[in-house]
Write a new protein. Structure first.
Length: 163
């Protein structure tokens, strides 16, 4: 389950983090999950395992934020977990220590990268179909384009006197 969730996280980041602002949380050091990491009881891991006994073990998937559509998140996560079980995907080593001391590997760092990852991967298309992926790619690319075409107050304050 963990291996599948992490293996396909990058491809589904456009659903897990659907806005430009989502990546401020993903890139920040505020315990939102960091790259393709997992661990027991570790708030900084993207997949956090909770519980101590087999009957109460569960996972917490920490990449999606409040701005994500829960139906898309569950669809992507369940498809990823199913694939992880089917292929016995190894999640890699457990996260130990502070993950912010290393790069957040395996996941896009902005909405433009997320669109590219979803388009380049084949898993999402196989899991939910071409028309669904193409629809959300159109929305994601439009959102990213709108962001890149705007001039923010930060831009004005930062560059007005310099350029």
């Amino acid at each position: 389950a963990i291996g599948g969730a992490l293996a396909h996280a990058g491809e589904f980041m456009a659903w897990y983090a659907p806005t430009v602002n989502s990546y401020r949380r993903i890139r920040g050091v505020d315990a939102a999950g960091w790259g393709t990491t997992w661990a027991y009881e570790h708030r900084f891991a993207s997949v956090r395992i909770l519980g101590t006994e087999p009957d109460d073990l569960r996972l917490e998937f920490r990449l999606p934020g409040a701005d994500a559509n829960p139906y898309l998140v569950l669809t992507a996560l369940l498809a990823s977990v199913r694939d992880g079980f089917a292929h016995q995907t190894d999640p890699g080593p457990e996260l130990v220590g502070n993950p912010y001391e290393k790069p957040a590997t395996g996941i896009p760092q902005d909405l433009g990268e997320a669109a590219t990852a979803m388009d380049a991967g084949g898993f999402a298309r196989g899991a939910v179909g071409d028309s669904t992926v193409d629809h959300y790619l159109t929305l994601t690319r439009w959102e990213w384009s709108q962001f890149l075409d705007s001039v923010s107050e930060w831009d004005r304050l930062r560059y007005f006197d310099l350029i």
